[in-house]
Design a protein around this ligand. Structure first.
Ligand code: HEC
Length: 132
């Protein structure tokens, strides 16, 4: 297609390549823009689903022993505003996702283990605990 011996055709080819590259750049920008919009719309709702799922996991597995609207002890300590505290109530460890994940799988004290819950379910539970 590109024939260096024919300057007119060469410049024509270059123009076509330039047009094509403009087209690809616009396409990349468009796809990027659509992706950004989609993530703004869908990521918060994915988080909302996770919180809802976490709330129902909490009511099945944890609510019999933990209040969510008070810090008073039921069987275990009340978990209201857990993520705004400096330390976990019993172990005194920092309030981090990791430490809560550990508490759920290999708990301190007399709390039963919930190691049977999948990692994703534990993540949903943690998303819910963050809202308390
Ligand atoms: C049978 C009762 C019981 C159930 C069910 C239970 N817990 Fe506990 N939990 C406790 C007790 C008791 C403690 C405190 C340990 C102690 O005092 O021996 C505790 C402590 C905790 C702590 C604080 C840990 C720390 O390091 O201070 C968190 C967070 C927690 N539980 C979350 C949960 C979550 C999330 C669930 C559900 C998956 C759950 N618990 C289910 C009884 C329970």
């Amino acid at each position: 297609m590109i024939n260096p011996e024919n300057p007119k055709r060469l410049s024509h080819s270059i123009k076509r390549i330039q047009k094509f590259s403009h087209f690809s750049i616009s396409l990349i920008l468009l796809v990027g823009f659509m992706w950004a919009t989609a993530s703004i719309i869908f990521i918060p709702s994915a988080r909302g689903d996770s919180i809802e799922e976490g709330a129902s996991l909490f009511s099945i597995n944890c609510a019999m022993c933990h209040h969510t609207e008070s810090t008073e002890r039921k069987v275990g300590p009340g978990l209201q505003r857990l993520f705004t505290r400096d330390k976990l109530p019993v172990s005194g460890l920092p309030v981090t996702e990791d430490n809560i994940r550990k508490q759920i799988k290999t708990p301190v004290g007399t709390m039963p283990s919930f190691a049977k819950l999948s990692e994703i379910k534990i993540s949903h539970l943690i998303e819910f605990l963050k809202t308390l």
